[in-house]
Write a protein that binds this ligand. Structure first.
Ligand code: PDD
Length: 280
């Protein structure tokens, strides 16, 4: 693979980052994951707007213009011959040359790293046909989940707890209400109405979420943005999640309780079709 590090395209074995980089020492950085389908980037504009917002919220300098960012994305897709897959982007506060809790001055430039992951046929994932199983876990993350930071230890632990329980993923619960999945936004469907938590500091403002809610409105589907409880989810007709890498994914089991018929429901299936059609 050819990867991108601070202005250079390099074979992955030659790419290096300082041990003093604040991304490494402090998880002081943000990221984005953009999907590629048929060689084309999905919603680059949405991801670049969210990246700018994450950087601003943490007072990290912008590493380059949106035009340059888009050019790097395209160059990596070309050089790595990515047909279907993802582009991972990370910006950290850079390398101050030592360990210090206080942020460095403006002379320390942010670190920008990007790489591709090829996933041939990712839009035809077999899991989308069977649906996936989730467990519920307590949401013990920090209070600014709207910022896409690289602090992913608890979400990683959540995935491992799910695997150990024979499930695929975890939905996180705070005060009895579902916040989101470890790496996705959560939805239920009851009597034809799509219910998903409203945007706030409690969840990541998913780019796929924004697109799916737009398509749902265009298709005259009813949408209610509010918190829902984990008990409501277990009694729902359908459940699903959205993310840049999984698109729309049906959830057929929560804490070993079957949701609806225990098979992917019509709303999730339809939204996945519309999303893939419209965003390609
Ligand atoms: N995860 N919520 C969380 C906690 C996430 O990490 C993500 C994305 C989402 C969905 O956002 P979007 O639709 O913009 O991808 C919601 C990415 C895909 C990841 O960590 O790999």
């Amino acid at each position: 693979r050819i990867v991108y590090v601070n202005g250079q395209y390099l074979p992955e074995s030659e790419a290096t980052i300082s041990i003093f980089d604040r991304g490494f020492l402090m998880a002081d950085g943000v990221y984005e994951v953009t999907s590629v389908l048929d060689g084309k980037l999905l919603d680059f504009a949405g991801h670049s707007v969210r990246l700018a917002r994450s950087l601003k919220e943490l007072d990290i300098a912008t590493p380059c213009s949106d035009e340059e960012l888009l050019a790097i994305h395209r160059e990596l897709v070309t050089r790595n011959e990515v047909v279907d897959g993802m582009i991972y982007l990370q910006v950290t506060r850079g390398n101050p040359g030592d360990r210090d809790f206080a942020f460095p001055g403006a002379d320390v430039k942010p670190t920008l790293v990007m790489f591709t992951q090829s996933k041939p046929g990712m839009a035809d994932s077999p899991q989308a046909k069977t649906g996936i199983k989730v467990i519920s876990i307590e949401d013990i993350r920090w209070g600014r989940r709207d910022i896409k930071t690289v602090q992913l230890l608890y979400p990683s632990m959540g995935k491992m707890m799910a695997k150990k329980a024979g499930a695929d993923d975890a939905w996180m619960v705070e005060d009895g209400h579902v916040t989101e999945g470890t790496s996705n936004n959560a939805y239920i469907v009851k009597n034809g109405r799509i219910i998903t938590r409203q945007l706030s500091h409690d969840i990541l403002h998913g780019i796929t979420r924004a697109a799916v809610l737009r398509f749902a409105a265009e298709a005259q589907m009813e949408v209610e943005e509010r918190p829902f409880t984990i008990d409501e989810a277990k009694a729902a007709d359908e459940a699903f999640f959205t993310s840049a890498s999984a698109f729309v994914m049906p959830v057929v089991e929560i804490d070993e309780a079957a949701i609806g018929t225990g098979k992917p429901g019509p709303v999730a299936t339809r939204l996945r079709e519309i999303y893939l059609e419209e965003s390609r």
